[in-house]
Design a protein around this ligand. Structure first.
Ligand code: CUA
Length: 179
């Protein structure tokens, strides 16, 4: 039988399944299940897929809290856009805004100290991809994602937006310092 002719029996799903086909379906299903449960495994043993708490917020409310932190703990400014570098005290709530097309402010955290990192997007969907670690969180307007983080490595990290957000998407890169 050729594929360009209509099948003589239209009810294909009533035909017995071929042994080879059945084997492949079983292999594919097993692999799907392994991949699915690995997501849970990465979270527990791989220190990835961080669990976030999510709350509703508004751009005004979130900006207000971020601005308060920036006013209090800015230590210097960086880049041509004069983005404040903020060093909030260990254990505190820290805020990061994503918007067209930057991350604001630049955070400077201490190694081995725990922070509550609050993330939001002010306008459209953005991504928080912390390089070179494998941390990846979606930043959604109207929602505040809170992650409890304890940096275990010092240095300069890049925050890359990995949700396509328009013409400046490729330039949307931020910094995060750990000392
Ligand atoms: Cu923000 Cu892409």
């Amino acid at each position: 039988m050729s594929a360009i002719l209509p099948p003589s029996e239209r009810l294909w799903y009533k035909h017995p399944i071929d042994r080879v086909e059945g084997t492949w379906i079983a292999i594919a299903l097993t692999w799907c299940l392994i991949m699915f449960f690995m997501m849970v495994g990465w979270h527990i043993w791989g220190d990835q897929n961080l669990s976030t708490e999510t709350y509703r917020t508004t751009p005004e409310r979130f900006t207000e809290k971020t601005q308060a932190m920036v006013d209090k703990y800015t230590v210097r400014t960086e880049t041509d856009e004069k983005i404040p570098v903020v060093a909030p005290p260990p254990g505190s709530d820290v805020y990061l805004i994503a918007r067209l097309w930057n991350f604001w402010p630049i955070l400077e955290l201490e190694k081995g100290k725990t922070y509550r990192l609050h993330l939001t997007a002010l306008d459209y969907n953005h991504g928080f991809s912390l390089q070179p670690t494998n941390i990846n969180i979606q930043m959604v307007p109207g929602f505040e994602h809170v992650v409890t983080v304890t940096p275990n490595q010092s240095g300069q990290f890049s925050i890359v937006c990995n949700e396509f957000c328009g013409i400046g998407h490729h330039q949307m890169v931020g910094r995060l310092y750990v000392k």
